[in-house]
Design a protein around this ligand. Structure first.
Ligand code: G3P
Length: 273
């Protein structure tokens, strides 16, 4: 499984790349807002184009997803071209993120699919975002997407909200096989959790040898990463705090303390005389 980092914070991207475990970067307008807000609070001046260039340079050799901001075909296609033309020349690693359904209301529009198809035909790699159902992933792949990004954590949020369960923290674990409530496992048309959504997309894509890679996104905790890995998903895009959580275990720390305590002078002398 590849691991992407889901952030627009340069210090986090730089740090995670220095560990040799990162295979790509995903951003979106909310992640860019959070990164820039942090800098603005420190009183730093921001040149957004230089900022994006820095990210692309750090991630050289690995894909970086940059998202459009429009909600119809004309806007999204134009913005995708602007992003690609401005930034792909830096490190040749730009992927354009397009929402599967850019409609802001209940009803769908087909502009996402149209944009995915046109950009893919132009040879521009597309990461289709805001995937909440298997059916959307199938359509995105058929339209030519290089990646689809199912939002696991947001599906868990949605399932909790169905039973008005509001007192949970964003990073709380949600069981991959769902939660029983009044004799029924809470589900979204048969989807039991975010991990279950990803598992079902993996299953369908494997059955038909779809070439589109699946990026499990909206990941909230370390256990979710493990369960996603067990689905065989190609990629998990992980926020920095989850990467840290993946590393930590009480017994590892306890073991470490004991090793440090047990170093005898003779052994220390091997290294430090
Ligand atoms: O990659 C998508 C991700 O950034 C959304 O995460 O936690 O806001 O649902 P979240």
């Amino acid at each position: 499984m590849k691991i992407f980092i889901d952030t627009a914070k340069i210090d986090e991207i730089q740090e995670a790349f220095s560990w040799g475990i990162i295979d790509g970067v995903t951003t979106n307008p909310s992640l860019i807002k959070s990164a820039l807000d942090e800098l603005k609070n420190k009183g730093e001046k921001i040149d957004i184009e230089t900022y994006i260039k820095n990210i692309l340079e750090i991630a050289k050799g690995f894909p970086v997803s940059l998202e459009v901001i429009g909600s119809n075909f004309e806007e999204m296609y134009k913005e995708a071209k602007i992003l690609y033309e401005k930034f792909n020349k830096i490190s040749n690693n730009v992927v354009i993120k397009i929402p599967i359904n850019p409609s802001l209301g209940e009803k769908g529009n087909y502009d996402g699919l149209k944009t995915i198809y046109k950009l893919s035909k132009d040879g521009i790699p597309v990461n289709v975002t805001l995937i909440m159902k298997v059916e959307q992933a199938i359509l995105a792949s058929k339209a030519g997407a290089k990646y689809v990004s199912p939002f696991a954590g947001r599906i868990d949020d949605y399932l909790r909200n169905k039973i008005k369960w509001n007192d949970f923290k964003k990073e709380d674990y949600y069981p991959e096989n769902g939660i029983k409530f009044k004799e029924e496992v809470i589900n979204d048309e048969g989807i039991l959790s975010g991990v279950d959504l990803v598992r079902k997309i993996v299953d369908v894509f494997n059955k038909y040898n779809f070439e589109t890679e699946i990026i499990a996104a909206s990941i909230r905790n370390s256990r979710q990463v493990r369960e996603l890995a067990q689905t065989g998903v190609h990629i998990a895009t992980v926020p920095f705090y989850v990467l840290s959580e993946m590393l930590v275990h009480n017994k590892t720390a306890e073991g470490m303390r004991k090793f440090v305590q047990d170093v005898v002078p003779e052994y220390r002398n091997v290294f430090y005389k």
